[in-house]
Write a protein that binds this ligand. Structure first.
Ligand code: CAA
Length: 258
């Protein structure tokens, strides 16, 4: 695949944005390639995705500024929709995703990382929404996801000032869950993914859906969403195996995703 690589390690799928000459900046082709990779993920077998960037300098340095520089209003809106559609597809993808942020995560890069379920990063990671310094707003969901993740006050400060922040500050404000030396980042991401992959996939996916869908509605409705998803697990083989193993004081043999 052109600008996006995909490999599997056991039941973990690793998606790598691979356009190192432009610090993995997102042009239309990169977005198309990302969509194609996501569409091709084996949803029965794969239990967790890791999203990262190639090289040791940049996760994704944003949407492609050269490509955007000559866009008309209509073209920019369409480009924003394209990015939003694919990032939203990743956000609601049944399989959980971890962003392993290995350097610059600016503009569309920060937005890509926020479309994953959670983020870990390397010590050299830099996050930011520099768009207003370029005369535009964030365009791939940054105004919405950053505000939901770190609160509207902090999101507004970061977006209005266009100030980039380092890994330790990203950790402090809750944008990332953990920071690792660069050379350990992928190993740690794979360890986390393997822990997720060990658990019952139907239950993990239902938990993701409960959290995502529940956050969109008021609490009474949110709790109902959880009730339905909780109930749905009881139709699964994996629930019988998980609870059976506990009661029989043995280890789970294997969750089968059914
Ligand atoms: N778009 C296009 N090309 C980019 C790019 C981007 N977002 N970021 C980096 N590049 C290219 C550079 O133009 C350069 O290419 P050439 O070698 O052909 O000149 C190459 O990548 C290496 O970059 P630098 O020489 O600039 O590397 P550096 O180490 O000096 O600086 C950097 C690194 C601080 C990340 C700097 O490249 C930079 O500021 N990039 C732009 C970051 C940015 O503003 N991102 C937001 C884009 S807007 C957006 O994303 C909108 C949205 O929400 C959808």
């Amino acid at each position: 695949m052109g600008f996006v690589k995909y490999e599997t390690k056991g039941q973990v799928g690793i998606i790598t944005i691979d356009r190192p000459k432009a610090l993995n900046a997102l042009n239309s082709q990169v977005l198309d390639d990302l969509k194609e990779v996501l569409d091709g993920v084996d949803q029965q077998e794969i239990r967790c995705l890791i999203v990262t960037g190639s090289g040791d300098k940049s996760f994704v340095a944003g949407a492609d500024i050269a490509a955007m520089s000559t866009m008309s209003q209509a073209e920019a809106e369409a480009f924003g929709k394209k990015g939003n559609d694919i990032f939203r597809a990743l956000e609601v993808f049944p399989i959980p995703s971890i962003a392993a942020v290995n350097g610059f995560a600016l503009g569309g890069g920060c937005e890509l990382s926020m479309s994953c379920d959670f983020r870990i990063c390397s010590e050299n990671a830099v996050f930011g929404q520099p768009e207003v310094g370029l005369g535009i707003t964030p365009g791939f969901g940054g105004t919405q996801r950053l505000a939901r993740l770190v609160g509207p006050g902090m999101a507004k400060q970061l977006i209005y000032t266009a100030k980039n922040i380092k890994a330790d500050e990203a950790l402090r404000i809750g944008l990332v869950n953990a920071v690792f030396p660069q050379e350990q980042l992928m190993e740690e991401a794979e360890k986390l993914a393997a822990k997720i992959a060990k658990n019952a996939p139907i239950a993990v996916r239902a938990s993701k859906k409960a959290i995502n869908d529940g956050l969109q509605v008021e609490m009474d409705k949110a709790i109902e969403i959880e009730e339905k998803l909780f109930g749905s697990c009881f139709e699964s083989y994996d629930q019988k195996e998980g609870m059976g193993a506990f009661l029989e004081k043995r280890k789970v043999e294997k969750f089968l995703n059914r």
